[in-house]
Design a protein around this ligand. Structure first.
Ligand code: ADP
Length: 670
């Protein structure tokens, strides 16, 4: 069993290396380890062929199966060979990310069957998934005894179309992530014809791979929590800050009164209000953000929770505290995994209501059309070569996200991490998040603010930078390789990342247990990835006993045992934590084994800088004047978070301001 596992890991490493080196086609025979694995699958295939009434040796016709490694785990493909041709391809099993892997799962099989070659175009942005399908099919071809070379000729290039198309809409939305979809729905509900321009092959952007927490003050759900002495201290510390401007004073006074009333009435559970949310958010970003915008976001957040519930998203019946969220006001969907729920809820509602939203997919917006100082449209380029001139009768909404996946921009702007955010530093973001909207808006005269402020998320996969291997709430106990805690897990994300970077190899582990893991009946985590795959890839580790976990994960066993024992005592009566942790939220306790550890290191996650907006999402120029016709929402904007973005505040930011932008753009007339 053990040998099998290491064979697969070697297999994946060779596979990834060859992608990096060749960026072209991959030979299945390039490594001993790989062919060893494929021999095993060939035996399985022969067995399947026998079961379906044919044998691989006697006849080539049959059904063959092969398993290769994709982005998240094993990709098992089933291929029907008939009359020396690839007749059918089915994805039998995988944990690739929806919706990113949706197009490769249909386009690559269709192209392979059409052109009878495995050497078809990959889907850019889904490279590992694409290669996994191609390689598995190629292995099946080999198993069937067909000439692999003959099935490896280059498929004909798709013709490029050299023409300019003119499109008209009332509202044009650039970017189909959380902010863009929220804006599209809002404008369409106002009866406007909307075109969404999306550069990738999927709708969802980075929002669909976000953890899915939405911070909103919600006394109904938060009353289910018990407030600890540490949390009372957080409130009092927040209220003890000297006012920094008029609005700050107004908010401080309001919260002081709310807190006094709360105590006088002996209210149950956890104190909260949009004003307190705003004070915490502004403070956690070192008072750098625009407080007007921060307060607007915190006021809108509860409405966004209600709006989503009214269009099909079900919320869990309790709130939790996402990593870096600072207060247990994070809402999480119960009928969806991760951030995809927000996107699908909008898409389903648009479809159900038959709203006039159309999508220009695989089309990259390149510039804004400006006439007499107002933005009137967008020039975009499709992957088929077409240029689109999309005119907006009303407004244009920029919703292109941040620039975490653009190393050049990271290096150019970063003022926090000492110029170290080069290509060696991974990102949690999908590849399309390259700051295009910021560049376009600047060319159209927009003012950029806070561009140097870049967030690292501490809890990401050291090998890829993705967050998709997490097992439970990332605010569970952190230990380093020495088995020791090293930080208050409920701290700000910048504090956590700096603490993680101070550990050997920047590595730490989030310790969870069977009872607290967010794993469903199929054994999939909150991103839909099979935990068995994560175990095989050594992204997570398991042990029936603490000693076994320590041995598997390479953590000092004696210290890990002491840390878990401490944690169990602390969670029963959360006080006097040496690192200052104020509470032990539901789902972060460690009652009993089996035990789990997810291996973590920091990666670039969120860029707080971008286009300056006001509370109506109107984009401002360098003189503070509104640029008519241009609205922006989500991570493309600056001034919403300051030096450090509070965990689970990105979703209320992009969804709430997306809705405002859609409504405002719909109402704009020239
Ligand atoms: P937010 O959270 O702010 O909504 P997301 O990352 O979820 O941001 O979504 C941003 C979307 O914008 C992504 O789907 C991304 O592919 C898309 N995008 C980025 N640049 C462009 C561009 N130049 N043209 C069209 N779409 C773009």
């Amino acid at each position: 069993m053990r040998e099998d596992l290491s064979e697969e890991i070697l297999c994946r490493r060779n596979f990834e290396n060859s992608i990096l080196k060749a960026k072209g086609d991959i030979s299945l025979d390039h490594s001993k380890e790989y062919s060893m694995k494929l021999r095993t699958t060939a035996l399985t295939a022969a067995l399947i062929a026998a079961l379906v009434g044919s044998t691989a040796a006697a006849a080539k016709d049959g059904v063959y199966k092969s398993t290769t490694v994709g982005r998240n785990g094993d990709v098992t493909v089933q291929v029907t060979i008939k009359n020396d041709k690839i007749a059918d391809i089915q994805i039998a099993d995988w944990s690739e990310t929806h919706p990113i892997a949706d197009l490769p799962s249909t386009q690559i099989p269709a192209d392979i069957i059409k052109y009878q070659t495995t050497n078809v175009d990959i889907v850019s942005g889904a490279t590992l998934t694409s290669f996994a399908i191609r390689n598995a099919v190629r292995d099946c071809v080999k198993q069937a005894g067909l000439d692999v070379k003959a099935f490896s000729k280059k498929a004909p290039a798709k013709p490029m179309i050299n023409e300019t198309v003119e499109d008209d809409a009332d509202v044009v939305v650039i970017g189909g992530g959380g902010a863009g979809m929220s804006a599209a729905l809002a404008a369409a509900e106002k009866g406007k014809k909307v075109i969404v321009i999306e550069k990738t092959h999927f709708i969802g952007g980075d929002t669909c791979v976000a953890g899915g927490g939405l911070n909103a003050a919600d006394r109904a759900l938060e009353s289910k929590h018990e407030m600890t002495a540490g949390q009372v201290k957080i409130i009092e510390d927040t209220l003890a800050v000297a006012p920094k401007n008029e609005l700050h004073k107004k908010l401080l006074d309001a919260v002081k009164k709310q807190w006094a009333d709360f105590r006088a009435k002996n209210e149950k559970g956890l104190f909260d209000s949009p004003e307190f949310h705003a004070l915490q958010t502004w403070g956690a970003g070192d008072y750098v953000a625009n407080l007007d915008v921060v307060y607007e976001m915190c006021k809108l957040a509860p409405q966004t929770v209600e709006h989503l519930a009214s269009i099909g998203l079900n919320w869990e019946d309790h709130t939790t505290q996402y990593l870096g969220a600072l207060w247990p006001r994070s809402h999480k969907a119960s009928n969806y995994k991760a951030g995809i729920g927000f996107i699908e809820t909008y898409q389903n509602w648009i479809e159900k209501q038959n709203l006039p939203v159309t999508y220009l997919m695989q089309t990259k917006a390149e510039s804004l059309i400006v006439k007499d100082g107002a933005v009137t449209g967008v020039v975009a380029k499709s992957s088929d070569g077409r240029t689109h001139k999309v005119m907006a009768k009303n407004g244009v909404v920029l919703a292109t996200g941040g620039f975490s996946a653009n190393v050049e921009m990271r290096m150019k702007y970063d003022t926090i991490w000492g110029g170290k955010l080069d290509e060696k530093v991974k990102t949690t973001n999908v590849p399309g998040i390259t700051g295009d909207g910021i560049v376009m808006a600047e060319k159209a005269g927009a003012n950029l603010i806070d561009m140097g402020l870049i967030q690292l998320l501490p809890s990401t996969d050291p090998a890829t930078g993705a967050t998709t291997h997490k097992l439970g709430n990332s605010t569970c106990m952190f230990v380093n390789k020495d088995g020791k805690r090293f930080v208050n897990e409920l701290e700000r994300r910048d504090v956590l990342s700096k603490a993680a970077l101070a550990q050997p190899d920047h590595i730490f582990f989030v310790i969870t247990c069977d009872e607290t893991n967010w794993v469903d009946d199929e054994g999939r985590n909150s991103y839909g990835i099979k935990v068995a795959d994560l175990l095989r890839q050594k992204k997570v580790f398991r042990g029936d006993t603490i000693e076994e976990l320590a041995e598997n994960a390479g953590i000092n066993a004696e210290n890990l045992k002491k840390s878990i024992e401490y944690w169990q005592t602390f969670c029963k009566d959360p006080k006097n934590d040496p690192f200052g942790r104020a509470s032990c939220e539901r789902g972060t306790e460690l009652p009993k084994g089996p035990w789990w550890a997810a291996k973590m290191a920091p990666a670039v996650h969120h860029t707080m800088g971008g286009v300056q907006i006001n509370t109506k999402t109107q984009v401002l120029d360098k003189n503070g004047n509104v640029i008519p016709g241009l609205y922006a929402a989500g991570e493309v904007t600056g001034g919403v978070h300051g030096t450090n973005r509070v965990g689970a505040n990105a979703i209320p930011d992009c969804l709430s301001f997306g809705r405002v932008a859609g409504q405002e753009a719909a109402g704009f007339t020239r």
